[in-house]
Design a protein. Structure first.
Length: 161
């Protein structure tokens, strides 16, 4: 079942890329008492994710934070080494949090997995964005057009804030 507005983010621990290395991040604690914009991408360094989805959040970071958001985070079914490299490569390091869901634990728990084994990518995340307040999803945007980041992009999040 797909996570829905009003549901809590699953209580799993993932790795967050930091300049000091990977940091275990229990999501129950990460979201507690904060408003977080979380967006999910099929994979770091993939074309739409790197050229369209992530840049929108980096470019609109200040505007999003100015609407009362405490943090912006991206999650992908990649390991923390890849997420750390992606953060550095894109200039996102220190601006948004890069969270590694290497085994798709969170992605599967939210019902947002996408089987891309036919293309050699294995199980990945659907493209999405959400607003999470104190661990509860208050807005969920699932992308319906492959290769696009419109419904789940930063501009949509700004409209909802």
């Amino acid at each position: 079942m797909t996570i829905a507005v009003g549901d809590r983010i699953p209580d799993v621990t993932l790795k967050r890329a930091t300049p000091e290395g990977a940091k275990d991040t229990p999501l129950k604690d990460y979201f507690a008492g904060r408003t977080v914009v979380l967006f999910g991408v099929p994979g770091a360094f993939t074309p739409t994710c790197s050229n369209n989805h992530l840049p929108g959040f980096l470019e609109n970071r200040d505007a999003i934070l100015g609407k009362g958001v405490d943090q912006i985070a991206v999650v992908a079914v990649n390991d923390h080494h890849v997420m750390n490299a992606w953060a550095r490569f894109t200039g996102g390091e220190g601006k948004i949090d890069f969270i590694a869901d290497g085994s798709a634990v969170l992605t599967k728990a939210m019902g947002l997995e996408s089987d891309m084994t036919g293309g050699g990518l294995g199980v990945r995340s659907k493209r999405f964005s959400m607003i999470v307040k104190d661990g509860v999803v208050t807005s969920l945007n699932l992308e319906t057009k492959p290769g696009q980041a419109e419904e789940s992009g930063a501009a949509r999040i700004l409209e909802l804030l």
